[in-house]
Design a protein around this ligand. Structure first.
Ligand SMILES: Cc1cc2nc3c(=O)[nH]c(=O)nc-3n(C[C@H](O)[C@H](O)[C@H](O)COP(=O)(O)O)c2cc1C
Length: 363
C-alpha cells in the first residue's frame, strides 16, 4: 500500500521522508532508524565539514543497508556593512554577559564548502541528494545526476518549483508555511512565500511533471493521507521526529517540543538572518526591539552561534533556536520506527474508510 512513482524510483517501502535537520538533529541513528523502518531517512549535512559528512555517511551505512538521503544548503553570498556587524556584536554582548561567555568573539567564517561537500557525496556514492536555499548550477546538477544520484530540490512557490524542474531535479519538496526550520525560499522575500501546505502542494503538483513531496505540519497518518490526496508522492516530516529518542535535539529542546502548542511558533530572522519557524523565545521577542539591521544569512547565524551554544550548555531554552513547525501538539517521543509504523497504519485505515467519508458511516 502507498506505493508511488517516487517510492519505486527510490526503492523505499513507504512514502515517508524524515526531514533532514542540520545542526546535529538528524543523527546517523535517526536516519538509519527511519530507513530501516521502510521510510527514507535524510541526513542534514548543511553545517558539516567534508570530513564530518563522510564520517556520518559511513556511520549510517553501518546501521542500515536501505536507501537514505543527504541534504545540503546551496550557498549564498552575503555582504554586510562593518557598522551593521559592529552594532549587532555590541547588542549581542548583553546575552554573552548573562550567559557568562566571552564578549566580542571572533566570528569564524563557516568552514564548510558546498563543492567539497558535494564531492564527498559523489565519492561516497550517496544515492539521494536533496538541497534547500536555492538551486545549484545546471552543470553541477548534471554532474551529480551523471553519478546516478537522485536529486531533490526545495520550493515554497510554484515559480521556484518550475525553476527547479527546468534546472533538472528529479523531484521537489513543496514546503508549506507550517514547516519548522528555515524557509527554502530563494526567488523572493520569504515573507511573500508563506503559502500553507494545503494550498501549495496541489498548485505545485499542477505545474510540474515530476514527483512532489509535501512538507509542513504533517505529523501523522491524517497528514500523509491528505497529502497523497492533494497529489503528493510522499511526505517529509521534521517536527514529528524531533523528540524521538534517536533525534539529536537537546533534552531541553525535546521537552519544549512535547510541552508547547500550535500557537507558540513564529517565523524569525533573529537567530540566523534567514527566515525560519521556531518556538517563540525571549531572544526572538527581544530582537523585535532591535533598531539596526539584522545581518543576512549566514553572517547572523555565525554571530549568534556562541550564544546558542552557551544557552544549550546552560539548559536555557530562551536563547536557543527551537526550530519547530505548527503541528507541535501532535508531537510525541516514540522511537522513530514507531512513528513511521503508526503513520502508515493510520493512513491505511483512513484510506479504507474513504468511500464512507461524508456519510453517516463515517464515525
Ligand atoms: C530542526 C529542523 C531543522 C531543519 N533543517 C533542515 C535542513 O537542514 N535542510 C532542509 O532541507 N530542511 C530542513 N528543515 C525543514 C524540513 O525539511 C521540513 O521542511 C520541515 O521540517 C517540515 O515541516 P514540519 O517540521 O512541520 O514537519 C528543518 C526543520 C526542522 C524542524
Amino acid at each position: 500500500m502507498f506505493e508511488t512513482q517516487l517510492t519505486r524510483a527510490l526503492k523505499i517501502q513507504y512514502p515517508i521522508f524524515q526531514a533532514p535537520m542540520a545542526g546535529g538533529v538528524s543523527t546517523p541513528e535517526l536516519v538509519a532508524a527511519v530507513s530501516n523502518a521502510g521510510g527514507l531517512g535524510n541526513l542534514g549535512g548543511g553545517y558539516l565539514t567534508p570530513e564530518q559528512l563522510r564520517s556520518d555517511i559511513q556511520e549510517i551505512r553501518q546501521q542500515t543497508d536501505q536507501p537514505f538521503g543527504v541534504n545540503l544548503f546551496v550557498p549564498e553570498q552575503s555582504e554586510e556593512s562593518e557598522e551593521a556587524i559592529f552594532q549587532m556584536t555590541d547588542y549581542l554582548n548583553k546575552y554573552r554577559d548573562e550567559l557568562g561567555t566571552a564578549q566580542n568573539p571572533m566570528i569564524l567564517k563557516s568552514s564548510e564548502s558546498f563543492e567539497e561537500q558535494v564531492q564527498v557525496l559523489l565519492e561516497e556514492r550517496v544515492s539521494i541528494f536533496s538541497f534547500t536555499f536555492g538551486i545549484p548550477s545546471q552543470d553541477m546538477i548534471q554532474t551529480i545526476k551523471q553519478h546516478g544520484i537522485f536529486v531533490i530540490g526545495t520550493a515554497t512557490t510554484v515559480d521556484e518549483a518550475k525553476q527547479l524542474e527546468v534546472g533538472g531535479v528529479d523531484a521537489i519538496v513543496a514546503q508549506g508555511s507550517e514547516a519548522g526550520g528555515h524557509r527554502g525560499t530563494f526567488l523572493k522575500d520569504a515573507s511573500h512565500a508563506l503559502i500553507g501546505t494545503m494550498a501549495i502542494v496541489p498548485q505545485i503538483v499542477d505545474h510540474v511533471s515530476i514527483p512532489v513531496i509535501a512538507a509542513g505540519g504533517i505529523m501523522d497518518g491524517r497528514g500523509l493521507a491528505a497529502s497523497l490526496l492533494l497529489g503528493a508522492d510522499a511526505v517529509q516530516m521534521g517536527t514529528a521526529f524531533l523528540a524521538c529518542p534517536e533525534s539529536g535535539a537537546h533534552e531541553t529542546y525535546k521537552q519544549k517540543i512535547l510541552s508547547t502548542n500550535e500557537d507558540s511558533t513564529q517565523i524569525t530572522r533573529a537567530y540566523s538572518g534567514k527566515a525560519a519557524r521556531g518556538i517563540e523565545t525571549k531572544f526572538m521577542i527581544d530582537m523585535h526591539q532591535y533598531r539596526g539591521t539584522i545581518p543576512a544569512y549566514p553572517i547572523q547565524n555565525a554571530m549568534t552561534r556562541d550564544i546558542r551554544q552557551a544557552a544549550a550548555k546552560a539548559n536555557s531554552p530562551e536563547y536557543m533556536s527551537l526550530w519547530a513547525g505548527q503541528g507541535l501538539r501532535l508531537a510525541n517521543n516514540q522511537p522513530a520506527a514507531s512513528i513511521v509504523k503508526q503513520t502508515i497504519d493510520e493512513a491505511s485505515i483512513l484510506v479504507q474508510r474513504l468511500p464512507t467519508i461524508g456519510t453517516a458511516d463515517n464515525k
